[in-house]
Each structure stands twice: as C-alpha cells, then as structure tokens.
Design a protein around this ligand. Structure first.
Ligand code: PMP
Length: 289
C-alpha cells in the first residue's frame, strides 16, 4: 500500500509522521472517512467541503486548495488500485513544540490512506444491531462542537467502551439536555409510518454525509423527512430505528436498551432505503482515472 503524505506517495512501512505532530500530541486536526464504490469516490465533494469546514472551525489552515485535495484523494485511490474501499483523509496541525500553542506548528500535514473497511458483520444488516444508551454525553456545542470531525474522538471512544463493555456494538449518545444526538460513529433515524426523523445537528450530531444522502433519497421516495428533537421515548416507540454512516452505510437497529424496536429486527423502510442507497452508490461518484 502507498500512503499519501504531503504530496508524496510513500510506501506503507515508511509512512511515518513526527512524534511532535500535534495531531498525536493533542488530537489537534481533522479527518474524513470516504467510500469508494465501483471505481468512483462516493460524495467526494461533500467530504472535502466538510473537511474544510471542520478545519476552519479549529482555525487550521490547510496548505492546499479543496480542488487539489480532491485530486490527491483520487490519485491515492488510483495508485492503490482501489475499486471498492475506504479512504481515510487526515489533516493534522503539524509539528510543533510540546506546548499547546497551535500557532507554533509551521505546516499542517495531509495524510491519505486508501484501504478497505467492514464495520459490522454482514449478518447484522439482516438481524439488526442491539445497542444501548450510554452515560457518556455528546460534547456540548461550546466545548468541541460535534459538527467538527476532529481527530479528538475520545468522547466517542469513551461511549464505545461503555457499549462494548455491556456487550453492545454501538450506542445511543444523548446531549447534555438529554436529547438523542447520534451513535458513537453514526447518525440515527427513527421511522414512524412513512415519517422519518433524525436529530438536528444542534442536538449534538455530526452533519453526516450518509445522513444527508438518506434524507434526500427518502424524500424522493415519498417519505416525509424531518429534523426533530428526539428523546428515548421516540426510539422505544418507533416502528424502526436505523443508523447511517460512511463505513456502516444503513444498518437497522433491532434492540435498544434490551427493548425490541418494532418487530425487533430491521423493518421494511430500513431495508428499502438500504436498497435504494446501494443503487445510488452506482450512480454517484468521482471516477478514479
Ligand atoms: N457521527 C459520527 C460521530 C461519525 O464519526 C460519523 C462518521 N463515521 C457519522 C456520524 C456519520 O457521518 P458520515 O455519514 O459522513 O460518515
């Protein structure tokens, strides 16, 4: 595997960055996870846009244009012969001192890794996930705003630990007001009849790209889609609940806090949307050539 580091394609074993990089020392940086389907980079522009918004939110200057960044992603996929896969795009604050001061970091670092991913075992897409609500809250928007896809994922890691320690693979995170925010690495939707609802980003959700695509596709399919404040009541009483994310795609939730959701397995709306999403992955994308 060849890894892109600051404009150079480096062999995997030589793909190294400094121990003084503030990405490592402080989780100071931003990232994106991007899918490749059928030799096309899926929703690339949306990921690049979010990356630059995240960077702006943390006052991180990326020393290349969004267009050059898109091209670098495509180039890395091409060099690695990726047809279907997963790209991790990382921008760190760069090398600095052992102090916090980000302004002493001279140059941000751009790293692009093109490989593969399988987040959940395939059978769980038919059976549904069993998840729990965890005590670890989503960050307050005036702390690290959850809209920032930063390298500082400890909040999510702590939530994930809680879930895993209870035998669940994912969790529902609430915000400091007690409203549903999202899962530790995915957005969440509830289905009631032909109505889909998902928490607005101000409730502590990342502005997920899969979430946005699903909202658009669902609307086209005739569903009513609404961003809404949700509590656990809405989850427990939903016909269906599903999660969305670049790596997870669309996965149904069968059980939350040991309570069956609807029939206790992915429902018809979830499965229909997953099917439509799959078709869309053939339609959309930036060709790797
Ligand atoms: N929420 C969090 C916390 C995430 O890390 C992610 C990405 N894995 C998502 C939601 C889903 O976002 P996207 O659809 O853009 O991958």
């Amino acid at each position: 595997m060849k890894v892109y580091i600051n404009g150079r394609m480096v062999d995997e074993k030589n793909a190294k960055i400094s121990v003084f990089d503030h990405g490592l020392l402080y989780g100071d940086g931003v990232f994106e996870g991007i899918r490749v389907y059928h030799k096309k980079v899926f929703t690339l522009q949306r990921h690049i846009d979010r990356l630059y918004r995240s960077a702006k939110a943390i006052a991180l200057e990326i020393a290349m244009t969004p267009d050059a960044m898109s091209k670098a992603v495509v180039r890395t996929c091409k060099q690695n012969g990726i047809t279907n896969g997963y790209v991790r795009l990382i921008v760190t604050r760069g090398v600095g001192t052992l102090g916090l001061n980000p302004y002493l970091c001279k140059q941000s670092q751009v790293i692009i890794i093109a490989g593969g991913i399988q987040l959940y075992p395939v059978e769980l897409y038919e059976e549904g996930l069993s998840i729990i609500t965890v005590g670890t809250m989503r960050n307050h928007p005036e702390a690290i705003n959850p809209r920032i896809k930063s390298l500082n994922y400890l909040n999510n890691v702590l939530a994930k630990i809680e879930a895993l320690n209870s035998g669940a693979m994912e969790c529902v995170m609430l915000n400091p007001q007690g409203y549903v925010a999202e899962a530790s690495g995915d957005n969440i939707f509830v289905v009631q009849g032909d109505r889909l609802r998902t928490p607005p980003v101000w409730c502590g959700a990342l502005e997920g790209i899969t979430r946005a695509v699903v909202m658009e596709l669902a609307q086209d399919m005739g569903y009513t889609v609404k961003e809404d404040v949700l509590t656990r009541y809405d989850l427990y009483t939903a016909d269906e609940v599903f999660l969305t994310g670049t790596a997870a795609e669309i996965i149904g939730v069968g059980v939350i806090d040991k309570r069956p959701i609807g029939a206790g397995r992915p429902g018809p709306v979830t499965l229909q949307l997953a099917e439509r999403f799959k078709a869309y992955t053939r339609e959309e994308g930036t060709l790797i050539e």
